[in-house]
Design a protein around this ligand. Structure first.
Ligand code: THU
Length: 523
């Protein structure tokens, strides 16, 4: 059963986009501001290839995911715009903000439909607004409407004056009014209680703008597959295109709930948003806190990686930046990282810089076999999918080659099949010798046959071995063969081991990290 996991590290940008100046975000680099702090320790993200992405720097060149730097095509840098683009929707306009309050036409219509007057109507802090306008609200029954730097229409009301259900109904009224040019990202109910200066209650509720077109989630659901949401994905997509959801209480809980889903049998998408990076650290300019949260996430990511099944793919990405080291506490217009990992994916593939986050949606739909219709973006799979039959086919050929083994001294028979980039296969077996040391392994037999025929570039190799009379089984190449292969093959070259029934895919870079190569001999 094919499963695709997407994990959004909310606000984990990797450097200013070329148009960052339009947003006053020149020089912003969220990852750049935390990666050198002592609190930052992310070996799993690193081995997947976070530092091998275009423009990030500091990678080793050996990594296990297919990696890309994604630009945002939409004109925005907010959570909703970023996630919608990931799901295939490009937004031409930024979500509207109201630094001078909402226009008369909006307020008048809201007052008419609710039958209540409006107080405040400016950007305001949520705790200050109930202190400054709460009394008047309680005396007159007028609703406190306020906004922030984000695209939000917030309504505060005392629970004794306006029962919560009634407040939610007012939010729905506002939601219906705030469409088109006034389509704010969220309408938020902000109930409070008690005596002056009052306290907010936990019955906050967000009413998101509905995506204007079908998204990746709608497509997945419409195909009868599962579409699971962890954290605020459910709100960001206005509850649409989701078959099951869980809320979360912090990043760690979000990762635990993602792993709970990973333990279940489902077929489709599991989409997780980890909002703490943004809300608890990015906006609060807490760089050490951000770095520490990344370290904790990295540990949990390591755990999730071990739980992935043969037909799982995982995408780790972000929705915008929020550089904790710049004076701004707002989001930043940055590129985001994209790490695509799993058995079906060839590791070590650098996909470069891509034009849009929507490539994520295209990839997920492509992988799940769901039609893309209007959703934008291009799938990464043609560039990095592993051909699933390749491993089995080469192991079958290696098992054939093993029959030629000359191994009277060890009785251990090995076969290898080496595939060239032009699609030719060279076979080899081990050839032993009474003097022992001239013995040559199956892998080198295949490699030397090919090289002596003029071949220089190889796509994959399979090896199978075992005692004479036994079925072929898992046989890892010896160190000398690894070194010989490294002379002609890239670190991401797949090495298929195991049996035809149960192939195991490794890469040469994994088998021989930090290899000695011709590069070391350069002056
Ligand atoms: N052998 C191989 O052909 N390939 C390997 O990767 C490991 C070992 C052969 C060499 C020798 O003939 C026999 O297995 C026992 O070492």
């Amino acid at each position: 059963m094919k499963r695709a996991f997407i994990i959004v590290m909310d606000s984990m940008g990797i450097g200013a986009m070329p148009d960052a100046g339009l947003w006053n975000d020149e020089g912003s680099n969220t990852l750049g501001s935390i990666r050198d702090l002592p609190e930052f320790d992310c070996p799993n993200l690193s081995r997947l290839g976070l530092f091998d992405i275009d423009g990030v720097g500091g990678g080793t060149g050996i990594f296990e995911a297919a990696v890309a730097r994604l630009a945002e095509t939409s004109m925005g840098k907010d959570t909703t715009t970023g996630h919608w683009e990931m799901a295939g929707l490009i937004s031409g306009q930024p979500m509207p903000t109201y630094p001078d309050g909402f226009p008369e036409e909006v307020i008048a219509e809201f007052e008419r439909q609710t039958g209540r007057k409006v107080l405040c109507n400016k950007p305001y802090s949520g705790t200050d607004v109930i202190r400054d306008y709460g009394r008047e609200h309680c005396e007159t029954g007028a609703l406190i409407v306020y906004t922030s730097a984000d695209s939000v229409f917030q309504i505060a009301a005392h629970e004794d004056v306006v029962p919560v259900e009634q407040l939610y109904e007012y939010c729905r009224i506002a939601r219906r009014i705030l469409v088109g040019k006034h389509g704010v990202g969220r309408v938020i109910a902000r109930p409070f209680e008690g005596e002056w200066p009052y306290v907010r209650t936990s019955r906050r509720h967000d009413f998101s703008l509905e995506p204007p077109k079908a998204t990746m989630l709608d497509r997945v659901k419409a195909s009868g597959l599962d579409s699971l949401s962890v954290g605020k994905i459910y709100d960001i997509f206005a509850e649409r295109g989701i078959t099951d959801y869980v809320r979360m209480n912090g990043n760690e809980d979000g990762m635990r709930k993602t792993m709970d889903y990973a333990r279940r049998d489902f077929h489709g998408l599991c989409f997780t948003n980890l909002v703490d990076f943004d809300s608890a650290y990015g906006h609060r300019n807490d760089a050490p806190g951000y770095a520490r949260a990344m370290t904790v996430f990295d540990r949990q990511l390591g755990e999730l990686l071990t739980m992935l099944r043969d037909e799982d793919i995982l995408i780790v990405t972000a929705d915008h930046g929020c550089d904790p080291a710049t004076p701004s506490t707002d989001h930043s217009r940055e590129y985001v990282p994209m790490l695509l990992y799993g058995k079906p994916i060839r590791g070590g593939v650098d996909l470069g810089t891509r034009r849009t986050f929507a490539d994520i949606s295209a990839t997920v739909l492509d992988y799940l076999g769901v039609s893309q219709n209007e959703t934008a973006g291009n799938s990464f799979l043609p560039l990095c999918a592993r051909e699933p039959e390749e491993g089995r086919e080469l192991l079958r050929l290696a098992a054939e080659a093993r029959k030629g083994s000359y191994s009277p001294y060890s009785g251990f028979q090995v076969g290898a099949a080496l595939l060239t980039k032009t699609g030719k296969v060279y076979l080899g077996c081990n050839i032993e010798n009474a003097a022992y040391t001239p013995t040559v392994c199956a892998e080198r037999t295949a490699l030397f046959k090919a090289v002596s025929e003029g071949e220089r570039s190889f796509k994959a190799i399979a090896v199978i071995g075992g005692k004479k009379g036994s079925e072929g089984a898992f046989c890892a190449p010896c160190g000398v063969c690894r070194q010989a292969l490294a002379e002609f093959c890239d670190p991401e070259t797949p090495v298929y081991l195991g049996t035809v029934a149960e192939p195991e895919t490794h890469t040469l870079g994994e088998l021989l990290p930090l290899s000695f190569s011709s590069a070391d001999l350069k002056e």
